[in-house]
Design a protein around this ligand. Sequence first.
Ligand SMILES: [Zn+2]
Length: 611
Amino acid sequence: MKKLLFFSACILFSLSSWNISTYQGASSTGYWQQHVDYKMEIDMNVETYQYKGKQTLVYTNNSPDILDKVFYHLYFNAFQPESEMDVRSRTILDPDKRVKDRISKLKPNEIGYIKVNSLFQDEKVISYETVGTILEVTLNEPIKPRATVTFTMEFDGQVPVQIRRSGRNNNEGVVLSMAQWYPKMAEYDFEGWHADSYIAREFHGVWGDFDVKITIDKNFTIGGTGYLQNPNEIGHGYETEKVKQTKGDKLTWHFKAPNVHDFTWAADPNYIHDKMQVPNGPMLHFFYKDNDKIKANWKNLQPITSRLMQYYSEHIGKYPYEQYSVIQAGDGGMEYGMCTFITGNRKFNSLVGVTSHEMAHTWFQFLLATNEVIHYWMDEGFTSYISSLAMNDIMNRNNSHPTEGSYKNYIKMALSGKEQPLTTHADRYEFNRSYGSSAYSKGSVFLAQLGYVIGEDNLKQTLKKYFDDFHFKHPTPNDIIRSAEKVSGLELDWYLMDFTQTTNTIDYGIRGINGRDQISIVSLERVGLMPMPIDIEVEYKDGTKEQFYIPLQMMRGEKPSTTPRTVLKDWAWTHPSYRFTINRPKKEIKSVTIDPENKMADINKYNNSGH
Ligand SMILES: [Zn+2]
């Protein structure tokens, strides 16, 4: 048995050194992921907003399973009256203002669609059925483990009037915002197929290499995922020498993007295209409308974007591509591979804020590609957390608690009675509002509060370890908490379970302080169901302060501290009350405070201090 293991380890080693960036087959840890290589040729008509596409998809089944079906996403079909996105938006209790009933009113020449005209598996015709935003494909030949097959497809597309994320002629007049625009293989992972309809949230894709040729009116400038292969035939600010454009009304732009799980682009005839080199980092590209009202902001944004790229590379892990683009497009802000779409007619602080948030998504969801549909809090929440820290640093805000807003939002939701656990599917929240507070605020608190539980230095190292171990993969909630456990040496399964799989809340309180001669006895109570270790600060009337720490028994250890403190005996979660002694008389105590830095999401602060 030992010999066999050694043998398979050798094979893995030689394979991984042969193609380390893309091979993610079954490994000694049991982890595997599928692989795709796309080649696409797109011909866009900017008058009708219709396009023709040819796609060759080389699909490798790294799973241990035989696949007899595959599924593609056809996202643009969501923008049709009576689609799931339309009906959900009209029936949810608090509709997204951007969508509301707008899809139901689209005319046939305004809807979005992707129509698959033909599909072959290894040159043999295969049957398929379009069901809303999913193409269900029954294979001729099942795909065996480790086998590679080639799917070839021809399709027609129509870009919808811009409703949500992608579309034509957005509010700021950008002609083409092309996100979710091509037939995209759904992901198959250890949980099986993820052929989720496009209702509101969409990201979970297969890692692979993209080779995309886009033929479009020659006046249009394109920005997006991928490196332009023919800059000197194209120009438009990409050229490195004298431009030699081909004759005719159209140009064919050739992009390659290695090791991504999505390909997005935007195009407009009035883009300004600026570039800025990040020291020890990628080339930044900026695409924004030639509009005097926004030009100064978009120029001033550039050096800040460079600092943001450096901040995230330093605090999470190095940005692995040579290019990143900030593109005025879409309907607010949305992250994509090697780029973001943001709206641009904003006040400067808002422009910086949205850029900071969307760029942070490059790490939390794009590189650390969690399944957004079920683990959105690791996507929006972790992004909100690190973006708050980056903005605090780069914009010199000097806020001692940069994630305080997330705590307030989360606590407000927890007290509202409308909270659902973070394990709820992103599209099955009763209210959009509680999805938002859960994904963004509670997800941000998850990390910020983890710093309280394991110590800030341990949290910093956890983020780096999480990145080192899981970038270019699909990490799960267990992976972030195991990273934290490995860094801190503490047991943390209770934290993941209570905070993400339940709506249990934290409420610790001070029940009383009793004086007895030269000592004082502090009585505490656990009111909420969720366990936590407790920081306590005692302030004396002479102005001095003393720190105490009550370890949580189930953590099997204590967070480290750089400042002096008294470590008290463990508190077992089962016990609703706890007492400890202060070796000073009660008359000298000014106050006793639980969690003086407000880093614990205690839903009732009124009982956190006593005297
Ligand atoms: Zn976000």
